[in-house]
Design a protein around this ligand. Structure first.
Ligand code: TYD
Length: 152
């Protein structure tokens, strides 16, 4: 989908491949992450029935990583929508500007880590879907002249 894509992180395991040695996943800005990380936050302890998000950002890039358990992310524009399941610490979901997102179906103990390209700024949020839709139509019409946006 426009302005979103999956990122696969490395899974480094002990050369002997013994399960109890576990996994190590490195993440570097400029390598796996296409922006400099200015902010990190995590969401956890979410009830399975709860649904969060319900907003878009005007000018923010994020990568969402489910470090434990699983969660579903609905990403949406006025033109298309998709549901992505994050169920592995080696999977990241990149979300660029002007994408509506809702997070739901958090499993027990799910921990969702978010890497963000900018500091927290409430004025960057669009929290009303109708206002988002109008602004997103303008944004994607203009972006259509520069179609360098990645797809899932
Ligand atoms: P919000 O982004 O609305 O969370 P969600 O979309 O997952 O429901 O943020 C919830 C509250 O936390 C809101 O009052 C703003 C605050 N907040 C910060 O203070 N700093 C942050 O970096 C973030 C993401 C949220």
């Amino acid at each position: 989908m426009i302005n979103t894509r999956m990122i696969e992180f490395r899974d480094i395991r002990d050369p002997r491949q013994q399960e109890f040695y576990g996994h190590l996943t490195p993440i570097e800005c400029g390598q796996e992450i296409p922006f400099d990380v200015k902010r990190i936050y995590y969401i956890y302890g979410v009830d399975h029935a709860a649904r969060r998000g319900y907003h878009s950002h005007r000018d923010l890039e994020q990568v969402l990583i489910c470090l434990g358990g699983s969660v579903k992310i609905q990403v949406k524009t006025p033109y298309e929508e998709e549901i992505v399941t994050l169920d592995s610490p080696t999977k990241g979901l990149y979300i660029g500007p002007m994408i509506w997102r809702e997070m739901f179906a958090f499993s027990e103990h799910a921990a969702l880590l978010v890497l963000a390209s900018r500091h927290y700024d409430e004025s960057d949020y669009l929290r009303d879907y109708s206002a988002y839709e109008a602004e997103a139509r303008r944004y994607f019409r203009e972006a259509g002249e520069h179609p360098a946006v990645p797809h899932i």
